[in-house]
Each structure stands twice: as structure tokens, then as C-alpha cells.
Design a protein around this ligand. Sequence first.
Ligand SMILES: C[S@@+](CC[C@H](N)C(=O)[O-])C[C@H]1O[C@@H](n2cnc3c(N)ncnc32)[C@H](O)[C@@H]1O
Length: 377
Amino acid sequence: MDTEHYFVTCAKGVEPVLADELRGIGAGDIKPGRGGVRFSGDLALLYKANLWLRTAIRVLRPILEATVTSPDELYDAVRTLDWSRYMTPDHTLAVDSNVRDSGITHSKYAALRVKDAICDQFVDRVGRRPSVNVDEPMVGLNLHIYRDQAVLSLESSGESLHKRGYRPILTKAPLNESLAAALILMTGWKPETPFIDPLCGSGVLPIEAAWMALRRPPGLTRKRFGFQGWMDYDVQLWTALRDEARRGMGRTLPAPVLGSDLRGDAVAFAIDNARAAGIGRLLRFDKRDVRDFRPPEGPPGVILCNPPYGERIGEEKDLVPLYKLLGEVFAERCAGWTAFVFTGNPTLADAIGLRPAAQIPLFNGKIACRLLRFEPE
Ligand SMILES: C[S@@+](CC[C@H](N)C(=O)[O-])C[C@H]1O[C@@H](n2cnc3c(N)ncnc32)[C@H](O)[C@@H]1O
């Protein structure tokens, strides 16, 4: 199989863990960048990336890199490719685009010119053209323009990889699944030790932790990937990789994975989500105020939580007591455990009142956040 170059996107700050994940699946030429990581590999590796990468958002296969200063130059550059390598007039396509600091200012117009260039080439050569399907294209394209550098890629993932499919209902301020997985990997948690989220909301942190402990790939039951609409889709290869992953999965957790939350409705969602994730019987979720939280007896593990951080004015003041309480609970009851708090509010982080042993800067969407590590003695 030929080796190709790929680019996999992720949230800012997550690049080093994504690079580790890529090493783990055997990728080559791994180069972390901003908001993503470059790598190389064959078609099997591209499928594995989509199946296995927990912290990724999408895996792109660049097919054109060009210097362009206007939409017309972009059109001309796109026409230099032989599009019959990637689709036929019977395929549907869509072009997604993002443009930054460029003379080409309208990303939608740039995407339209790309689509025109492809369709015009087909009309000139065979008299028919592919049609557009924005929701579920057979071939999805991603256009990225930074200054005057355009990169056009085939989008191999389809929908964003964080959409695992187990969380239909979103509670307040949910953490996306890829970022949740990144936080867990950053804690250095070992599945032989317990994992607890005492402010678990919809349960995403315990669910992602359990999938890791079971070696269950996040893409195992996903309905569709972008590469399944490509002309070179190798259904046997894909099925073999998925079956191999399934055979390697554990059935039980080596140590408890637990969640609790003050809100009964959040706990009910977490239980439903765990069931949809195929691990309903393995996890335990309880309705409990963190005030009454006590880690289980036995060997210590990791506590990881994402308390509310008051994005609206006025909420910050109300949340100070919760953060102060967290600090007290860690200091008084969690000796030997490693506790992590993910928050986007530095004032509230200070209210914890303990000195963090480490702080990792990250982004949750556009919000600058930090993962704080505490080591209560
Ligand atoms: C930002 S949300 C967590 C989101 C979660 N990680 C997810 O993705 O769904 C914060 C959670 O803390 C819970 N919470 C707030 N105060 C609490 C308390 N005193 N004890 C336990 N849970 C609390 C809220 O009910 C909410 O579900």
C-alpha cells in the first residue's frame, strides 16, 4: 500500500497527546503543529487513525497545496488536479472551508470556487458533473487557507470524530468527547487504578475512561466515516481492522470507574449514555453532592472533574464556595490520590486554595482553560 501524508486536527493544546496516540498506532513522520498533527502512513493506517484516535477531531488527506492570492487563482489551482482520481459524476461532494489572514476573505465563496473548478472539469471532459450534498457527501473536501497558502484535503472522518454516538442528549456545559479523552490521557491515569469524576454531568469522563480501560476503539460502532464514500474504499480492510480491534477488547474493568453529580437528571443521563456506550453494567453513577464525596477504600487513583466555571457575568461569585469546597475535600479526604480540575476561570482556580503541582494550558472551544494537578498528602 502507498504511503500518504495526513493531517489530523485536534483542540489547541492537545497536540502532544494526539502525537502519542499516533505513535501508538504506528504512524510515521509525526510532526505536531498548531491545532493538529502531521503524520504519514498507508490506507490501513488512515483507517486505524479514524478507528482509534480518541483525541482527534478529523483526519485529512491533503491533495493540493498551492499559493493563491484570489478566488480565481484558487479555481485555476484546483483545476490542475485530475479529479477523476477521486470521484465520478455520480458522486456527491461538499466543500468545507476556513480562511485566516488571507486576501481571500470569504470562506464560503472560496469553497464555491473549489466546487465550480471540480464540476467544470467534469462537464468539459464527460458532459456531466457531481452534485452537492452538504449533509452527507460521498466525498467531503476541506479547504484551509492561511495567508496565501491554500491546502485542499479529502476529509476522511465525515462527521467530527468526537461524536461517538453515545450522547444524544447534551446537559449543561458538556465537555466534548475528544477533549475529555485528552484530559484523561494527560492525567497519566493507569486503568489498574480507580478513576472518579465527582461532578460528572452527562458522564463523559467516566465513559471515555472505561473505553480506554477496555481498549475499546472510539470509532467501533460509529455509523459512517468519510473514507467509506471514496473510490478506493477497501471494505475488507476496514472490516478486518474493526474485527481485530473487537477481538482485543477487555470485558471487565480492572479497577472501579465512578461518577457522581448533585443533579439527579445529570445522573440519569450519565446512566443512559453509559448504556448507549455499551458499558452500562460496568460503571456506577450516584447522585451526590461533592460535599459528601469520599473516595473508596483501597489503592488510590485519579480524581478528574470539570466544575462549572461561570461563563456568564455574575456566576463567578456564586461558584467560589464550590471551588473552595473542592480544595477542602481534596486536602482532607483524598490523601494519596491525584486530583485534577479542568477550568476556564483563573479566579475560581485560585479559590481551590491548594497549590497546583502542575498546570497544563488548553482550550475548550475558544475559552482558554487549564488542567490543574493536585497531590494531597
Ligand atoms: C460543567 S458540568 C460537567 C460536565 C461534564 N463533564 C459533561 O461533559 O457532561 C459541571 C457539573 O457539576 C455539577 N455540580 C455542581 N455543583 C455540584 C456539587 N456541589 N456537587 C456535585 N456536583 C455538582 C453540575 O450538576 C454539573 O453537572
